[in-house]
Design a protein around this ligand. Structure first.
Ligand code: ADP
Ligand code: MG
Length: 852
């Protein structure tokens, strides 16, 4: 118990799995928690005068329980016996050999091969000043990247990578870190994040003189702090040392777009609006890589569109070449077909965890590299050529594995038969001794039957008693004198002879020596290969990029995408654009392509049309096409010209917003405010039914003011989908506004959706017709039509009387006579002292007041 208490004191935030014989025991509070989470039976043990709770799991079931605990975001310290119980004097020594936490899991059974599992560390000024350092590591692939992130941007960056575990300074426990999501939060002493000490930890771990070689610059102290803290923490979770981590790669801002949460979700990039499933996402449509590394890289690319036209160009050239050359693409994908998870295999070899089967998977994967190099031989695009030239055949590593490991090797080293025959003379000899003895024993049955005349005599083996001769109880008085009784069963007796015992010792002695020799030879092989891990990782990197490029080309061919023209200009022009996901949900010819053009002269598009016409689809398809183009992919269109954008903002009005059931007008306005703050002339702003979460007049007013601001102040390319057809009047006084609508045709009392974008605004909303299409009873539809007509007549009468129309600037307040209370309030506002957010809320309020 003293031992347990010591371990618990050192790992107070972990469940201690305390090895006792064939069980891992949980004690005290751990036992109580474990029984709750895992449904373990809670027992108790005598602890002096009192009883202490106790629960246990069998050693062989460890993985299963770990999976569940990690799923709950728990940390587990595995406390093993570190000396042989048979040799120990007094208590067997125990120590924590490994910590399993959500960010530090290695077992394939606990991981998703198609996405990274990140452990992140953040360091920075707790006062929220300046920017923070973020280090992201995937311990299963060895990847380690660091970057500076603005405090305000941190939630988005964390949201993109969704770390499983987040390492933070202890004092940050006091304030919630936005964007942490479902990450398990691990707090460690602030000293671990001290820039100076952390930098020393890094240079020690990677055995370098300083960090300049990795691209750290003088102002990067928080980068070093985060990265160093992460490396120190690694020492805690892997006390025996962890060799698989690659040197940090510094990522500088300005090369990739940061996608905020709403945009990621509304465009359904890697998750749908409704849930977490991959179906219905852009990722799902593109997810054609042949290897797990490729799949993980594709996901990272999709969430980090490029900002520099020449970077995009390089990828497009590469995809283009693989698109044009069917033979090359097919050969490349054939070669990639046999490649397993090289990244994770490399780390396992480096950490000394690779099993015989995994070594075979490694060599089989490497054997695909020469055909891949050959397939890429004709490539001219510079990116593909560079990738090809960075590959190497790795014959030495593959040869070493193939020479040593039996192709039929079992999963586990302990099962024997791992080292191939002919590899090692001593091993071969031991095996022939063993096999000879086994053969001799097998022949024994025939000779003994003859000698004794007992026809039912059998030779058998079990783990406890070894080899025996078995005779039924009835025949047992006929056995010869040299038979010695070994074991008595209900119906039979088991015997041995001196000769059998001698041969048995030969078998078992050889068996034991074979086992230890195999262990040794395999460990040597693993060490040899471990020295080549950096080379394997380089190959893995190159393979992953080739895989993604070939996958993008494949998708482009199969789905009929075209190469976009990408440049630094302002204009966006899409001809025959399609929604890459929606089009897969219907027969190909049913999806109606549309043209969209935004440029300096017409940068704000008001998109109207009845419900279900296709406004949201068109809006999202523009966002997706721009994003795909900047990722370096072909796009679903007949032709596309994309001037790179610095951000894509997407907002969906409250009632359309499926993400937050509880979504309020406030949230919607918050998000709109964030756009008005963050957008630049180079941004793409996609607004879908903003202003819907409140009454019509409020909503219309906010929508109008937002559009004006985007048009006058920001100048960003904007598409505003709305069913407020009143907004279409904005083009009368805002030069850069154009109206488009999604066409419908009236056929008698019905409407037909044409799904075609046409210039000009919709003149009505066809709500009654849509209601009818939706199956409302005919009588209700008729009554609705009647009411609508009355309302329209009233409103026309009002219009003749000069009634308010909020889309006409200030028309609201110049009625003469007594000042309206709203006007009074307006006079008291200092426009320079309110934020855009406050202004919007205020505006909504004023409008309400104005209406009385
Ligand atoms: P809105 O936003 O105008 O209410 P949506 O964009 O949600 O309409 O579209 C409604 C449905 O119409 C979509 O689910 C899709 O099935 C179909 N649709 C939209 N655009 C197209 C198109 N261009 N071609 C074919 N079907 C379309
Ligand atoms: Mg819609």
């Amino acid at each position: 118990m003293q031992q347990w208490r010591e371990v618990k004191a050192r790992h107070p935030d972990a469940l201690i799995f305390f090895r006792v014989g064939d069980f891992y025991e949980l004690f005290n509070e751990d036992a109580v928690e474990g029984s709750k989470l895992l449904g373990l039976t809670l027992t108790s043990r005598n602890n002096g005068s009192s009883k202490a709770p106790l629960a246990g799991i069998p050693v062989h079931a460890l993985e299963n329980y770990l999976r569940r605990l990690v799923g709950f975001g728990k940390r587990v310290a595995i406390c093993d016996q570190v000396e042989d119980p048979a040799l120990a004097k007094g208590l067997v020594r125990r120590a924590v050999t490994e910590m399993v936490t959500p960010g530090a899991v290695f077992s394939d059974a606990l991981l998703d091969s198609r996405r990274n599992n990140y452990l992140a560390a953040v360091a920075g000024d707790a006062a929220g000043e300046g920017d923070v350092g973020l280090a992201l590591a995937d311990l299963t692939t060895g990847e380690l990247t660091v970057r500076r992130v603005d405090w305000d941007e941190l939630p988005d960056v964390l949201g993109i990578h969704q770390p499983a575990e987040l390492l933070l300074p202890r004092t940050w426990e006091l304030f919630p870190l936005p964007g942490a999501g479902k990450a398990t939060l691990t707090y460690r002493g602030d000293w671990l994040f001290d820039p100076r000490g952390a930098a020393e930890e890094l240079t020690r771990h990677f055995r370098v003189a300083n960090l300049a070689g990795y691209g750290f610059e003088s102002g990067d102290q928080w980068l070093a702090a985060a990265c160093g803290a992460l490396v120190s923490y690694l020492g805690e979770v892997q006390p025996a040392g962890f060799a698989g981590l690659r040197p940090p790669r510094v990522e500088r801002p300005g090369t990739a777009m940061v996608l905020d949460e709403m945009t990621r979700r509304n465009l359904e990039l890697v998750e749908t609006l409704r849930g977490t499933g991959a179906d219905g996402t852009l990722l799902k449509v593109l997810d054609e890589p042949c290897t797990p590394m490729g799949s993980r890289l594709l996901r990272r690319w999709l969430l980090a569109p490029l900002l520099k036209p020449d970077h995009v160009q390089a990828r497009l050239d590469a995809v283009g070449e693989l698109f044009d050359d069917d033979g090359m693409r097919r050969a490349v994908r054939d070669a990639l077909g046999g490649v397993k998870d090289l990244e994770r295999l490399a780390v396992k070899v480096g950490a000394g965890r690779a099993t015989p089967r995994e070594m075979l998977a490694l060599s089989a994967s490497l054997s695909r590299v020469p055909p891949l190099m050959e397939a890429l031989a004709p490539a001219r695009a510079s990116m593909v050529a560079v990738l090809r030239d960075g590959l190497e055949a790795m014959d030495d590593v593959r040869g070493a594995i193939e020479a040593a490991v039996d192709p039929e090797a079992p999963v586990s080293l302990g099962d024997g038969g791992v080292i191939r025959a002919g590899h090692h003379a001593d091993l071969d000899e031991l095996r022939s001794i063993r096999d000879g003895a086994v053969d001799w024993i097998a022949r024994l049955q025939a000779t003994e039957r003859e000698r004794t005349g007992i026809g039912s005599l059998k030779v058998g083996f079990n783990r406890v008693f070894g080899y025996y001769l078995e005779v039924t109880r009835l025949q047992s008085d006929r056995v010869p004198a040299d038979y010695h009784r070994k074991q008595t069963l209900a119906n039979a007796e088991r015997y041995y002879t001196a000769e059998l015992k001698e041969w048995e010792e030969k078998v078992l002695g050889a068996e034991e020596r074979i086992g230890s020799l195999e262990q040794r030879l395999f460990a040597e092989l693993r060490e040899t290969v471990a020295r080549e891990v950096p080379r394997i990782q380089r190959v893995a990197d190159h393979v992953a990029v080739v895989d993604v490029l070939a996958a993008l080309a494949e998708v482009a061919v199969v789905r009929d995408f075209v190469r976009p023209v990408v440049d630094g200009g302002f204009a966006l022009e899409i001809r025959g654009g399609r929604h890459p996901v929606v089009e897969t949900m219907m027969p190909r010819e049913d999806f109606i392509p549309n043209d969209v053009k935004l440029d300096e002269a017409a940068r704000v598009m008001i998109l109207t049309g009845p419900n279900m016409a296709g406004k949201s689809t068109t809006l999202r398809q523009v966002g997706l096409i721009v994003l795909l183009a900047q990722v370096g992919s072909f796009v679903p269109a007949r032709a596309a010209h994309v001037g790179v954008v610095d951000r894509i903002f997407t907002r969906v009005g409250a009632s359309d917003n499926l993400v937050r059931g509880q979504s309020t007008f406030m949230v919607e306005m918050n998000e709109t405010a964030a756009i008005l703050h963050g957008a630049t002339p180079r941004s793409l702003v996609l607004l879908d039914e903003i202003g819907r979460g409140t009454s019509t007049w409020d909503g219309l007013s906010v929508a109008t003011a937002t559009t004006e601001h985007l048009h006058d102040q920001v100048g960003a390319k904007t598409i505003f989908a709305t069913h407020y057809h009143e907004l279409t009047r904005l083009d009368e006084r805002l030069a850069g506004v154009v109206n488009f609508s999604v066409a419908v045709r009236e056929v008698g009392e019905d409407i037909v959706f044409l799904r075609r974008l046409v210039p000009g605004g919709a003149d009505r909303s066809y709500g009654v017709e849509v209601a009818r299409l939706a199956g409302l009873p005919e009588s209700v539809v008729d009554r609705a039509r009647q009411i609508l007509q009355e309302l329209e007549e009233q409103s026309a009468a009002q219009a003749r009387g000069g009634a308010p129309d909020p889309t006409l600037q200030l028309g609201l307040f110049d009625g003469g006579g007594l000042p309206h209370p709203a006007v009074e309030r307006l006079r008291q506002i200092d426009p320079n002292a309110v934020t855009p957010m406050q202004a919007l809320v205020l505006l909504a309020d004023l409008v309400k007041q104005a209406k009385g």
